[in-house]
Design a protein around this ligand. Structure first.
Ligand code: DI6
Ligand code: FE
Length: 423
C-alpha cells in the first residue's frame, strides 16, 4: 500500500481531515514516525482512502462530504493495547496496603489473597456486575486514544466463569467504540478444585473448556502463564496443541519471573507474541526472530513489582524482533489503565525511544494481535485515528498525566475522547 496512492474507487470521500500533521507509523524500524507536515487524510466507508501532503489532495478526497480542520494538531493511528486483563471484579488494594504496612506475601496467601481473591470476586459477579466494574477502566483507555483492546480471561478458571469473562469482553466492544480481541487464558493459575492436579486441569482446558469456548465464538487467541508459579513448558505445549487443533493463534506470558524457555516454545507454534520477557535468553530471542513473534513488553508490571531485571532490549533490537507495549491492566501486578503512562515508563525505566514506544502501541501492537488492517495510517486500513494537541510525537511518551487527546476516530466514526458509559 502506498501512502499517497488513491484507492481504485474515486468516489467522493466521506470525511477529510485537513491541516493535520501526520505520524503515519508506516514503514519499518528505520523509517521513523512517517511524518507528513501539513498533511491531510481522507476516509471512505470506514477506511483510509488517502493520506499525504495537503498540496497533493486528489479530487475524490477534496470532494469529501465533511471536512475536519485539525488546526495543526498531530494525527496518529488509534492506539492498540494488546495485553490486558481489564475485565475482572474487585481489586486488591487491600492486599497492597497490607503489604506496605508490613504483611508478608505468605500472610496474604494464607488469607486466600493473590490471584485467587480476584478469581473469587469474578466468579461471584454477574455478567452485568462484571461489565459495570470493568467499563470505567476501558473508558480511561479510550480517553487516551485507544481504538483496539485485547482482553484476556483467566480469573474464572472454570468453564462458566471463563465464558462469562469472554462474553463480557465481547460486550465491551459492543457497548463502547473500541475493537476488542479476546484471549482465553484458562492456564493462568491452578483453580482450588484442581489443587495438586495441574495436569488434570490442563486436560480440562484442552478437552472441555477451550473447545466449548471456541465453539461459542468467544476466543480469538489462546494464552498461558508459563512460570514456576504457573504452568510448565510441557503443560503449556499441550494447551498450544489444543489451540492449534482448533485453528487458534497462541501467545504466552513468558520469562516474566524466570527463564522457562517459554519464548522459544511460543515461537515454535508461530505464536503472535511472547509477553513480559524480563528473563528472556538469547536462544529465546533467536527463536522469536525466526518465527516473527512480537515481544510485548509490560512496564506497568515491572514497575509495580519493583522488578530490577530489564528485558534484553539491545539484543531484541539487534535481532530485529518487533517491540510492542501494553498496560497489562490487572488488579495484582499492573493496576494501570493508561497506555500513555506505559509509554513513558518504557522510555524512563528501560530507555526505549519515544519512537519505539509509539510504534509499540500502534503498528507493532497491531502485529501482536495478528491484525494487518490497523496500526498505521495507510490507504486501505481501518480509519482508526487519534488526534493530539502536542508539539511533536515524542510528547506522547514524555508527559505524565497530561492527556493531550482531542479526537478519536474508530472505523471512520469520530468521537470525543471522553466516552459516556451506559446507565
Ligand atoms: N502475570 C502477571 O503479572 C499477572 N498474571 C500473569 O500471568 C498477575 C495477575 C494477578 O496477580 O492478578
Ligand atoms: Fe498479563
Amino acid at each position: 500500500m502506498s501512502m499517497t496512492g488513491a484507492l481504485v474507487a474515486t468516489e467522493p470521500a466521506d470525511l477529510l481531515f485537513t491541516h493535520a500533521r501526520l505520524a503515519t507509523m508506516a514503514g519499518g524500524a528505520d523509517d521513523g514516525y512517517g511524518i507528513v507536515e501539513d498533511g491531510a487524510l481522507a476516509v471512505k466507508d470506514g477506511r483510509i482512502a488517502w493520506a499525504g501532503p495537503r498540496a497533493h489532495i486528489p479530487a475524490h478526497a477534496r470532494a469529501a462530504a465533511r471536512a475536519h480542520d485539525c488546526k495543526g494538531m498531530w494525527l496518529t493511528p488509534g492506539l492498540v493495547d494488546c495485553h490486558t486483563h481489564i475485565v475482572h471484579a474487585g481489586n486488591r488494594s487491600n492486599e497492597w496496603e497490607a503489604r506496605l504496612n508490613g504483611a508478608s506475601y505468605e500472610d496474604i496467601a494464607r488469607e486466600g489473597g493473590g490471584i485467587m481473591a480476584t478469581v473469587r470476586a469474578t466468579r461471584a459477579a454477574s455478567d452485568d456486575e462484571l461489565l459495570r466494574q470493568s467499563l470505567p477502566r476501558v473508558q480511561a483507555l479510550l480517553g487516551e486514544g485507544v481504538t483496539t483492546l485485547e482482553i484476556k480471561s483467566g480469573y474464572g478458571l472454570d468453564l462458566d466463569t471463563e465464558a462469562k469473562m469472554l462474553r463480557v469482553a465481547r460486550r465491551v466492544g459492543d457497548i463502547l467504540p473500541v475493537n476488542v480481541a479476546t484471549t482465553f487464558l484458562g492456564a493462568h493459575a491452578l483453580p482450588p478444585e484442581f489443587a495438586g492436579r495441574a495436569d488434570a486441569y490442563i486436560d480440562e482446558i484442552c478437552e472441555r473448556m477451550l473447545p466449548s469456548l471456541a465453539g461459542q465464538g468467544l476466543v480469538d487467541a489462546v494464552d498461558a502463564f508459563c512460570e514456576r508459579i504457573g504452568f510448565s513448558n510441557a503443560q503449556t505445549a499441550r494447551v498450544f496443541e489444543a489451540a492449534r487443533a482448533l485453528g487458534l493463534s497462541v501467545k504466552l506470558h513468558a520469562e516474566q519471573l524466570s527463564d522457562q524457555g517459554g519464548a522459544a516454545l511460543v515461537a515454535r507454534f508461530q505464536g503472535l507474541s511472547a509477553d513480559h520477557l524480563e528473563y528472556l535468553s538469547q536462544a529465546g530471542i533467536d527463536a522469536m526472530a525466526r518465527a516473527g513473534t512480537v515481544a510485548v513488553l509490560l512496564p506497568g508490571a515491572f514497575y509495580f513489582l519493583r522488578e530490577t531485571q530489564t528485558p534484553p532490549l539491545a539484543a531484541l533490537r539487534a535481532a530485529g524482533v518487533p517491540l510492542a507495549l501494553a498496560t497489562d491492566c490487572n488488579p495484582g501486578t499492573s493496576p494501570m489503565a493508561s497506555l500513555l503512562l506505559a509509554m513513558n515508563m518504557a522510555c524512563t525505566l528501560w530507555r526505549m525511544t519515544p519512537l519505539e514506544a509509539l510504534r509499540g502501541c500502534t503498528a507493532n501492537a497491531a502485529h501482536a494481535l495478528g491484525r494487518s488492517d490497523i496500526g498505521t495510517l495507510e490507504v486501505g486500513k481501518r480509519a482508526d485515528l487519534a488526534l493530539w494537541d502536542i508539539a511533536r510525537p515524542a510528547d506522547l511518551a514524555y508527559a505524565i498525566g497530561a492527556n493531550p487527546c482531542r479526537l478519536v476516530v474508530n472505523g471512520g466514526v469520530p468521537r470525543a475522547p471522553g466516552v459516556e458509559l451506559p446507565g
